[in-house]
Ligand binder design. Structure first.
Ligand code: SF4
Ligand code: SF4
Length: 56
């Protein structure tokens, strides 16, 4: 299991510093989560203003 950021992402960057395993980075238009690093903690979803990170 990993979280995935959907297309609702507005690239605000709020989630990136919240990730304890540095799995989030800026992608092409939206932020992306490296599923091989994500530990499913939900911290990114908690801070996202548009609910873009969702459990896969
Ligand atoms: Fe990082 Fe947790 Fe979000 Fe996974 S669920 S990307 S570990 S903040
Ligand atoms: Fe995108 Fe939400 Fe992360 Fe902001 S907090 S970069 S809107 S996923």
């Amino acid at each position: 299991m990993a979280y995935v950021i959907n297309n609702d992402c507005i690239s605000c960057g709020a989630c990136e510093p919240e990730c304890p395993v540095d799995a989030i980075s800026e992608g092409d238009g939206i932020y992306v989560i490296d599923g091989s690093l994500c530990i499913d903690c939900g911290a990114c979803a908690d801070v996202c203003p548009v609910d873009a990170p969702q459990p896969e």
